[in-house]
Write a protein that binds this ligand. Sequence first.
Ligand code: GLU
Length: 253
Amino acid sequence: MRIVVKIGSNVLTRADGTMDVTRMSALVDQVAALRREGHQIIIVSSGAVASGKSIIPCEHPLDKAEQRQLFSAVGQVLLMSHYSTFFRDYGINVGQVLTVKENFSTPYERENVSHCMEAMLENGVLPIVNENDTVCLTELMFTDNDELSGLVAQLMQADKLIILSNIDGLYDGDPSLVGTKLIPRVRVGEDLSSYISVTKSSAGRGGMQSKCHTALEIAACGIDVLIANGKRENILIDLFCPDADVPHTEFTR
Ligand code: GLU
């Protein structure tokens, strides 16, 4: 199977805002295990802005765009250096793919991106994709990395898209209230508006609304989408093990 795994900023960030390298290392172990089973994996990883923010003391007043540019420029290097170190333990080379919205806008641009990732996969290199946050501003930006992961899954004709967040999936109400239930399966065409909270991610730009929007759109193309909790131990392995019965929401056609 070809699987796109999207890892959200909240998964890779601790409560104090620093990068959760222990979590990242655990996810790398699981991705390496899935590759050993013969799956092809593409990672879409957020966390550049969050990790840059945690190490750069902001001494000068900067507007939102400047902050994002500064933090992502520093944080993306840190992010990739951790991924590269952890994957090297398994003999896996990683490659960085930084994209802007325009890279998906025309058939020529799309082909260019897909050729690049196909060449990586053919040569055993694991692509790690993120938005090029240092140069993308306003209308040039993706809505968030959920949207980007959907575009990558479609472009690369993935069999599955797994969106890892810090929540188990889609709930039928406020997850902090007693009695609220996780929705295990959603079919394309279902109206989810009454379930979805518009609360945004604290560390990244996404939120459940955007995840569901992407999930429905991608599932409609025949690619199954799973939203699951990246903070759960062994989540990626358990999602492939029917006996594990791990909580998640699956979107199918
Ligand atoms: N590209 C951003 C980053 O790496 C994250 C965008 C998002 O949260 O979706 O920090």
